[in-house]
Design a protein around this ligand. Structure first.
Ligand code: TRP
Length: 335
């Protein structure tokens, strides 16, 4: 039986936070240990250029994200872990797919539409500040996915549309030229929590409400102390289902500990005490990986080596696939 191939990309802007860890990294690292799955994970650094024009930040974020995944125990002998920009065939494929993707389909992409709507609301030209990168972004993402014939693409809800677009583009290519591409499917795991941030909204860099995954112990404690709570005093019953502290607790604790904390809330645990316990719980889980992360960041030679090996493995396939694609569209040598 052939294995199920799972692929996902991480855009290299920003520093990994607890929401990334719980929502994406932890489940991906776990899945990559399963025998029936072939995992492809990559640093989407060309995607980063769409949102970020600061070279230092792109470079730093790539390093942090790679070190994070390795520190958390991604088995890079099994999973293929690589940097998008090390695979030139991806950008080559992007052009071929651009010539197959309908512009009308791209007009409907959420990220582009949101930018246009914001401009219209501000009385600007609809395309003000919109680059071709932002507009074509779903095509680059389609190339990422189709290059490796991935079956399943684990993503957040906001990315489902892009995976559907990749499927559409693949279908069109297969129909017009040759049956080259596997049709991918988006997978959203509802059992994985979308973490709340310091202010109770979804934890996200764009809301500036994140808790960094590998800050120092002191920073973690400080961030947890900043989580917004209400003014209920110690001894007053608190509603666990309306609490970011409890939501975070549930993302790290086992079922018995979750039940205990629920009881403690109803019995009026003090916010300070709940936060102290939350800090200890999270810190216990991530402390060993944090130490490894600090080592890798101080000496990234190993990280680079892992990425180079990943790229070599990935290119064995991408070169072959690109040959098929060129052949299919009529671009090949004369003899
Ligand atoms: N666009 C995705 C995001 O912002 C990241 C990404 C790039 C990706 N290429 C991908 C995800 C391919 C899945 C498959 O989250």
């Amino acid at each position: 039986m052939s294995k199920k191939r799972v692929l996902t990309g991480i855009t290299t802007t920003g520093t990994p936070h607890l929401g990334n860890y719980v929502g994406a990294i932890r489940p991906a690292v776990e899945a990559s240990g399963q025998d029936a799955i072939e995992s492809y994970f990559f640093l989407a650094d060309y995607h980063a250029l769409i949102k970020c024009q600061d070279p230092r930040q792109v470079r730093q974020s790539s390093k942090e994200i790679a070190a994070t995944w390795i520190a958390l125990g991604l088995d890079t002998d099994r999973a293929v872990f690589y940097r998008q920009s090390d695979i030139p065939e991806i950008t080559e494929l992007t052009w071929v797919l651009c010539c197959n993707a309908a512009k009308g389909l791209m007009n409907r992409a959420h990220a582009y539409k949101a930018a246009v709507q914001a401009n219209e609301a501000a009385g600007e030209d609809p395309d003000f500040g919109v680059t071709m990168g932002l507009f074509s972004y779903p095509v680059l993402m389609a190339a990422d996915i189709l290059m490796f014939n991935a079956h399943e693409i684990p993503v957040g809800r906001d990315q489902i549309q892009h995976v559907e677009m990749a499927r559409d583009i693949a279908q069109r290519f297969n129909h017009n030229f040759a049956n080259v591409f596997t049709l991918p499917e988006a997978v959203v795991d509802d059992s994985v929590a979308v973490l709340q941030g310091l202010d109770g909204r979804k934890m996200s860099k764009s809301y500036n409400n994140t808790i960094p995954l590998f800050g120092t112990e002191k920073q973690l404690r400080k961030a947890i102390n900043k989580i917004k709570t209400n003014l209920l005093e110690p001894g007053e019953p608190k509603d666990p289902d309306d609490s970011t502290v409890f939501q975070l607790w549930s993302a790290f604790a086992g079922p018995a500990e979750v039940a205990d904390m629920r009881k403690a809330f109803v019995e009026g645990i003090a916010w300070g005490e709940a936060k102290k316990q939350l800090f200890e719980l999270i810190n216990d889980e991530i402390a060993p990986a944090r130490a490894r992360y600090d080592e890798l960041m101080a000496d990234p030679g190993y990280v680079e080596e892992v990425l180079q090996q990943g790229a070599a493995r990935a290119r064995q396939e991408s070169v072959e696939l690109m040959t098929k694609v060129r052949e299919a569209v009529g671009i090949s040598t004369m003899v």
